[in-house]
Ligand binder design. Sequence first.
Ligand code: BTN
Length: 257
Amino acid sequence: MGQLTPEAVTQGLQTRFVGHQVLYYPSIGSTNQLAKRLAVEGAPAGTTIVADEQTAGRGRMGRVWLAPPGTSLLLSVILRPTIAVGRLPQLLMASALATAGAVERSTGLSVLFKWPNDIMLRGRKAGGILIESGMRSEILDYAVVGIGLNVNFDVGESPDIAETATSLSKELGRPVDRLELVRNLLSLLEREHDSLEAGRSPHSRWAARLVGLGEVLEISTPWGEERGTMEGVDAEGSLILRRADGSIARITVGDVS
Ligand code: BTN
């Protein structure tokens, strides 16, 4: 199994810019946090930060992202797409598609998505994506795509998530090479980035992998609880719920319970 050193990651990588500069840390606070700092300091698009361990890994909505050292893919890629800020949900979809493609290429497992950002294998969460962005004069300056994927993580050892989470090795029944996975991911991420830049939307390809359609969901939003039947997710990334009274709720931020 290959180590995630910069030389190993970049060797034979056929991308135009993603992964041309790789920084590897055996242990770091959060790859996203460092990526944001480097992006503000002017790091080029494509700069990639990979770690074996995070001591302050961040998930959505201020949660912590936990992964035992050396068991996961923990990486952040700095992008500088020239897209309107309103298309950031599409960057999230594009990043999820790149992650799914990489997992499928490396393992043959089928990947689905749970709104808004979960990577699912056989009904359990195997990873998540956290995009953090910065603006300059009302224009998108950078977007950091942070990806956490449970690769060789024995989730059964973590009681808090043992029931709801899984990992690639658990589903496959054998360890997975993180190096091959990260190379596949970087090249597919560049392809998705280019497609976005060309004005194409990843929405229909992303929505084809969505779980939960037609199910009754309870969603916690910053404005309160919502309950209804999931009708889909629109091209702007909002969850569409039909409430019991027939009205429609479009939810931009929230958690499916
Ligand atoms: C989620 O809440 O599902 C998103 C989790 C994203 C975790 C990744 S791990 C690499 C990068 N660095 C972080 O601190 N978070 C993201």
